[in-house]
Every structure is written in C-alpha cells, then in structure tokens.
Design a binder for this molecule. Structure first.
Ligand code: ADP
Ligand code: MG
Length: 230
C-alpha cells in the first residue's frame, strides 16, 4: 500500500454513525438471523444479537461515548456480555476494531488503519475459534471484505472511503449469501451437518451488516440493506 492511499480518512463522527447504524441493522435483522440459526444451528443467535444490543443501549444511556474508541468499546463490551459462540468472538473482534489507529492518536482511523484492524480482528477470531475460511462462519464474509477493501485502496489512490467500503460491503454480502452452498464445520451449526446446506450462515450475514454499517457510517446514510437475509 502506498503512502497516498494510507491517508484516506473516515469522516469525523464515524464511530458513532457506525455503531448506531449497526445497532439498527442488527435489531432489524435479529428475527431473520435467529431463524437462520434455527434452520442450521441451535436457534439462539437472534436472542444473542438482541441481548448484545440491549447491553449496548444500557451503556449508551449510562455512559455516552465521545470518541471512536469509546463507541467501539461500548460495542465490544456489550458482545462480551453475551453467550453462545458468537458473543465472545464478536466481542474480541470489535475490541480489535476499537484499537484501530490508536498508535496514530487521531480520533478516527484512516481507512487503511480500519482495514488493518478488521484483519487483526479476523486473526483473533481464527485464533480462538479455529475456523478456516469456508467453514461457514462469520469470517467467510469478513475475509473477502478485507481483500476487497485493500484492493480498492491499492487500485486507486484517489478513491474515497465510501467507494472503498462499498466494494467491501458488496464482497461481504456476496460471500455471506454464498455460505448457503457450504456445510458448517464450526459452532453448533456443525452438529446438523448437511442440514445447514441451503441456509445462509447467520454469523456471516451479521458480519456483512458490520461492513455495510461501516460503509453507511462513512457515507452518512445510516441505512443498510437487510432484504437479502432470509
Ligand atoms: P453457537 O454456534 O454457539 O450457537 P451463536 O448462535 O451465538 O453460536 O452464533 C452462531 C454464529 O457464530 C455462526 O453463524 C458462525 O458464523 C459463528 N461461529 C460459530 N462458531 C465459530 C467459530 N469457531 N469461528 C468463527 N465463527 C463461528
Ligand atoms: Mg446458535
């Protein structure tokens, strides 16, 4: 990555917009995500998502965040308070996002620092969860999103944060959708074996909403498409 691309910035207030958009998106998709986990898992994912968002709301009310780091910290602490496999994994993933750009000292990370934090989060999830790409988990949509984000930054030094994040979102949604064609090898969905065929992995769908919410946090729209999750 050259010096020019590494300085593309995310807008001020990105942390707040990102987390609040994700909160809306996960609330809106919780029933469908729970349904997917019922069809190819043990059915608790929707409840886990709702619990995380309830814990997040409590923090936002009691101790309103004021910086990117604080917004992402509120998010990761909320997920660490949730059970299932996804609670700790999303918690540790968002903890890595909270650290994005901390060495640089700026409130909001650059897009390249954000991409590095996503990659650090993926490594953490893989270290603890031991999933490989293709095992039908949350990293199946995260991995191609990071590749697309970095490719967009490298291909065009003039690209915008929004354009690069749109490329990442497209890749994440496509990959999450494609998990329907795979068999789960991790988490409780692995217990149902081939019965997970034909069903989108809910964790990969939620991860695609994370990437979409970053894009929506950057472009200020605050909206993410949920229509493909069902
Ligand atoms: P559980 O599988 O324990 O019921 P949840 O229902 O809370 O966990 O979350 C399910 C999601 O967690 C799956 O859709 C998958 O994306 C993700 N997941 C499960 N196990 C792993 C793992 N070992 N590594 C990465 N992600 C995982
Ligand atoms: Mg489950």
């Amino acid at each position: 990555m050259n010096d020019q691309t590494s300085s593309i910035t995310l807008p001020g207030g990105f942390g707040r917009a990102f987390v609040l958009t994700l909160r809306e998106a996960l609330e809106g998709a919780a029933d469908d995500l729970g349904d997917l986990d019922r069809r190819a898992g043990d059915g608790d994912f929707g409840t886990n998502v709702r619990t995380a968002m309830k814990l997040l709301d409590a923090t936002l009310e009691a101790d309103p965040p004021t910086s990117y780091r604080e917004w992402l910290t509120a998010l990761y602490m909320a997920w660490l308070g949730v059970g299932g496999t996804s609670g700790p994994l999303f918690g540790m993933f968002f903890r890595d996002l909270a650290k994005a750009g901390e060495d640089a000292g700026a409130d909001v990370p650059t897009v390249a620092q954000f991409a590095d934090a996503l990659a650090a989060g993926q490594a953490t999830v893989q270290r603890y969860g031991e999933a490989k790409v293709g095992d039908k988990t949350m990293i199946d949509s995260l991995d191609p999103a990071i590749t697309a984000l970095r490719a967009a930054l490298e291909a065009d030094a003039e690209t915008s944060a929004v354009e690069a994040l749109f490329a990442a979102e497209d890749a994440a949604v496509e990959a999450a959708t494609a998990t329907a064609q795979t068999t789960a090898r991790r988490g409780r969905a692995s217990y149902v074996g081939d019965a997970s065929q034909g069903v989108i992995d809910p964790g990969s769908a939620a991860m695609a909403l994370v990437i979409g919410s970053a894009r929506a946090g950057a472009d200020g729209s605050g909206t993410v498409d949920l229509s493909w999750i069902a």
